[in-house]
Design a protein around this ligand. Sequence first.
Ligand code: DQA
Length: 145
Amino acid sequence: MKKYLIINGVNLNMLGVREPGIYGNKSLKALEDEVSKKADELGVEVAFYQSNIEGEIVNAIHDALGKYSGIIINPGAFTHYSYAIRDAFSSVRLPAIEVHISNVHKREEFRHNSVIAAECTGQICGLGFLGYSLALEALVNETKD
Ligand code: DQA
């Protein structure tokens, strides 16, 4: 069975508590349960990883090589400035999709740019938790042999 890694970056452990008007009132665990259900429907396996530490996310991307068919990542604020995470994706060359819960383009100017998206197949933003399930469907489609 194909396996995919779902990475949530900085501050996403605070889902449900953090700015509920923007991110909703459901927890990271609820998000992971939703994505697990989608994985069952698609007949694939998913693993979840969350860290607030940039280097740990870099390590998780490196460690994914040979274990996972692709990665879904919401880097949180690292999206906007982490060249280290960007370079981790260009190092492993695993198919990846970037997800944002909020519509970053409707928000502050600094959120409009992603330094990571150019290393990904695509980006989904503004669709809430659903974005992760849609990203999984797209990644499974992209990596089917
Ligand atoms: C976010 C958007 C980022 O700008 C922000 O720093 C986050 C969450 C989102 O999912 O909408 O932490 O990635």
